[in-house]
Write a protein that binds this ligand. Structure first.
Ligand code: ADP
Length: 480
């Protein structure tokens, strides 16, 4: 058995625990039993000395010492019962003394009258295996006596020895039974984990669709299986997303590269006639087009990089507190000229002094992208409204237009990478389909969200919701 396996360790812990419990229990039982037996002997001595005192010693004046001796001898048969009694007076006179115990289990101690003894006194002499009980007794006439009784502790010792032997004998058996029982039980309860491991080992990038069988046992193993399956769901989705992303990215990069390559080939074919005027103009136009494609390519690559860095946390968002109203107003002012060039009216409806905590530059980037999109995709004569207001869950920044709108089926996918509704038109106006993905990353990095609301022919509203300043969590980091 592998000593590092959970099965081995659990069984070992259980055996150790049982051993500790058994030892503690045995010691407690031993101690308790010894106490109980010693108390019984003590109670017996107390009882007998009281009887001797009250029924015989009390009448010694009337009945005489001889009568007392005979009575004690006759009624209590001390030697046979392995008891010893001595009755002494303060001057050392021994009124009565029994013989030694018949079984010779102890030798009676030489004791004289104990001065100043008011209450009965008990002394356990473990080394001589005897218990000494001394009861003081004063007669009504004023005479003082002490009844010294010595009892054997040998029976106590023998019983304890028996108990100890039973415990020592049972201890290894109990451990053995517990060890094998725990090994079987632990092994049985870990079987489902082994199945989980076996299935999990079969899952790789090629068959991420496979799932672990979830037993409805309601225990931790079911929870573990469910968690692993949820993790696999996430992994599969990320994997699919990654494949889709790679395919989209290659496709996006291939188009401008094809154009650039084609144009350069065209120029090379025409190189011999570069100095003839009409050809020169044609070449220049081709080169200008090539440059445009190269610029588009470079923009797409830098946007892709930015997105990756935002997602991986490589770009760290600032978390300063600033006036968002002012930022929105100045940004909108900067875009006003572009809007007017496109004969689009830009309106603002801003609550004053909206303070947020975040990255001023990145939030401006979100706003620029939303206004730029609205200008790009809305025809002349339309209107863009920018609204900033407090809301239940923080602050809301809206960029609303009354342009062509977005088909309802497409709204969900707007924030996907490279997603464009009309690819040809979007490309024509220089769109890469990455702008809204970047906006989403930035908003989520601020602990907020971005969503779109639109209907075909009735314009679109892009709504950014930012959490209140105090609860703002930036990329999982605490604000200072
Ligand atoms: P792009 O760089 O192509 O503009 P975006 O991610 O910013 O990429 O936008 C994705 C797509 O969403 C755009 O291609 C466009 O089809 C659509 N879109 C964005 N904003 C608007 C808008 N205000 N009105 C209509 N369509 C829009």
């Amino acid at each position: 058995m592998n000593p590092r396996s959970i099965r081995f360790r659990l069984a070992a812990y259980q055996v150790c625990l049982l051993a500790a419990v058994l030892i503690a229990f045995s010691l407690a039982a031993f101690w308790g039993f010894r106490r109980h037996l010693t108390h019984s002997v003590e109670a017996q001595c107390a009882n007998l000395t009281r009887q001797i005192a009250e029924s015989l010693l009390a009448n010694v004046h009337v009945s005489g010492v001889d009568y007392l001796r005979d009575e004690v001898q006759e009624h209590y048969d001390l030697e046979t019962n392995n008891l010893f009694v001595r009755i002494v007076q303060p001057n050392g006179t021994v009124v009565y003394e029994s013989g030694e115990p018949r079984d010779r289990s102890f030798s009676p101690p030489r004791m004289s009258f104990l001065p100043n003894l008011k209450e009965p006194k008990v002394e356990v002499d473990a080394s001589h295996r005897r218990l000494v009980f001394v009861r003081p007794y004063r007669l009504p006439q004023g005479e003082f006596y002490q009844i010294q009784m010595v009892a054997s502790l040998q029976p106590v010792h023998t019983s304890l020895q028996g108990l100890w032997q039973v415990q020592v004998l049972l201890f290894p058996f109990a451990l053995l039974i517990s060890a094998s029982g725990s090994a079987v039980l632990v092994s049985r309860s870990l079987n489902p984990i082994r199945q989980v491991i076996a299935t999990a080992q079969k899952i790789n990038s090629g068959n991420l669709r496979q799932r672990l069988v979830e037993a409805s046992s309601g225990d931790e193993i079911q929870e573990l299986t469910r968690t692993l399956n949820q993790m696999l769901d996430g992994l599969e989705a990320s994997f699919k997303q990654m494949i889709q992303f790679t395919a989209d990215a290659s496709h996006e990069l291939r188009t401008p590269l094809t154009v650039i390559r084609g144009n350069l080939e065209l120029v090379l074919q025409n190189k011999m006639a570069l100095d003839s005027y009409p050809k020169t103009a044609e070449v220049q136009e081709t080169l200008a087009q090539t440059l445009e494609e190269a610029e588009r390519l470079s923009k797409t690559v830098s946007q892709l990089m930015e997105l990756t860095q935002l997602d991986s946390g490589e770009i760290q968002l600032e978390h300063e507190v600033f006036d968002l109203t002012e930022l929105v107003a100045t940004t909108a002012d900067q875009m006003k000229l572009l809007a007017e060039d496109n004969q689009i009216q830009l309106e603002m409806l801003l609550s004053p002094q909206v303070k947020v905590q975040g990255d001023r530059y990145r939030l401006k980037q979100v706003l620029l992208n939303l206004i730029d999109n609205a200008i790009k995709y809305c025809p002349a004569g339309t209107r863009i409204q920018i609204r900033l207001a407090p809301a239940d869950s923080g602050y809301v920044l809206e960029v609303k237009d009354n342009g062509p709108g977005i088909p309802s089926g497409e709204i969900q996918r707007l924030f996907d990478r490279f997603y464009r509704i009309d690819k040809a038109r979007s490309r024509e106006i220089g769109g890469s389909g990455l702008g809204l993905s970047i906006c989403k990353s930035i908003c989520e990095g601020h602990g907020g969200r971005i969503e779109a609301e639109s209907a075909l022919g009735r314009g679109s509203t892009f709504r950014v919701t930012l959490p209140p300043t105090t609860t703002l969590a930036l990329s999982g980091k605490e604000a200072p």
